[in-house]
Design a protein around this ligand. Structure first.
Ligand code: URA
Length: 224
């Protein structure tokens, strides 16, 4: 049974599991719709996120918000969290030991939300979710299946802010996300319809059997 998000957050309160706790201002747990069909995973809080205790509220977050529209999403539709919950000094890359102690909580967040689709932003989130050493340039733009999740790796929005030539690719990938969401919704609707038809058929069969039994009983009574 998955833990509740509030319980996971309580467990992380005042976390001192790694040295990032000494330099952070706030732990950045994650935010959004707890029943989201799409969960985004970033790398680690930056300066604004560290101050505001919320993921993706700085420049990369503003850019991300503008891209969501291309997938037919609003910020309040999604849940968003990071591989690391605390800001690495000067925004350096997450270290293996930090990833090791922090990601069990991310795993629990994924289980609590149980989204249909995981969007991994950049190398660190993609490598953690897909358990791969391959880079984001190779993996982006394709839908990967892991367990019950569809995973769409996308460049980190900050990478596209630094390198504007990535903007068109980002837009393509968010349109692809929109198509993936539509496909998963259609599949879900088909599953519901299929289950309803099966239930209807079963009820009809029960009713028919009951009617037959009644007829046999009536006939037997007539013979007595
Ligand atoms: N970059 C990230 O990976 N996460 C944030 O929350 C902000 C910037």
């Amino acid at each position: 049974m998955a833990k509740l998000l509030t319980d996971i957050q309580t467990e992380l309160e005042g976390c001192r599991r790694c040295a990032l706790s000494e330099t952070r201002t706030n732990l950045v747990f994650g935010v959004g719709n707890p029943h989201a069909e799409v969960m985004f995973i970033g790398e680690a809080p930056g300066k604004q996120e560290d101050l505001g205790a919320e993921p993706f509220i700085g420049a990369a977050g503003k850019y991300l918000n503008s891209l969501l529209e291309l997938a037919g999403l609003k910020r309040e539709d999604i849940y968003i969290a990071n591989v690391l919950k605390c800001r690495p000094p000067e925004n350096r890359d997450p270290r293996p030991e930090e990833i090791e102690v922090c990601t069990p909580f991310l795993r629990e967040q994924v289980q609590a939300i149980n989204p249909e689709i995981l969007v991994t932003l950049g190398n660190f989130a993609t490598r953690f979710i897909l358990k791969t050493d391959k880079g984001i340039s190779v993996l982006r733009g394709q839908i990967h299946i892991t367990g019950r999740f569809s995973v769409l790796p996308i460049f980190h929005p900050a990478a596209a802010i630094y390198d504007r030539s990535k903007e068109a690719i980002m837009e393509d990938d968010f349109r692809l996300l929109g198509r993936l969401i539509s496909k998963r919704r259609e599949e879900r609707a088909q599953r519901v319809e299929h289950a309803q038809r099966a239930e209807h058929a079963q009820r009809a069969e029960h009713a028919q059997r009951a009617e037959c039994t009644q007829q046999v009983e009536n006939a037997e009574r007539g013979l007595q």
